[in-house]
Design a protein around this ligand. Sequence first.
Ligand code: RTP
Ligand code: MG
Length: 139
Amino acid sequence: MSTNRTFTMIKPDAVKNGHIGGILDKITSAGFKIVAMKYTQLSKRDAQEFYAVHNERPFFGELVDFMSSGPIVAAILEKDNAVEDFRALIGATNPADAAEGTIRKLYATSIGENAVHGSDSDENAALEGAFHFAGREIF
Ligand code: RTP
Ligand code: MG
């Protein structure tokens, strides 16, 4: 994956609460182009693997249970400076600290159930995109 891409998931809380459309509108209105997208659900094992970097953290079990609790939307997004600009668009991990107008400020309910994921580096964006999508699913 080139460095002008990032990877996102609309998490199970936001899907359950009916925010897929609102979140996709924020994403595309901010200038991100969707180059891959699917509606899917992570198994517990998928969530453990995806978030393996956090497996020593106290919230790991909760995170895995939550991320596998219902369907998600996974997508690869393209824009100049995609990783950094998307982290700015989603806002702080804890919605209480998220800036006005950010996706987490608008749609997240708690630090754990925070509506969206955004890759934190170009390297992780590539790994996370490849975790969810085959080459023929990316346009
Ligand atoms: P993400 O990876 O999902 O985009 O979120 P992030 O970078 O803003 O936050 P990160 O530190 O990578 O944490 C990953 C996810 O774990 C859950 N979390 N729960 N209960 C807690 O204290 C806690 N802290 C983090 C959140 O779902 C967070 O997005
Ligand atoms: Mg993270």
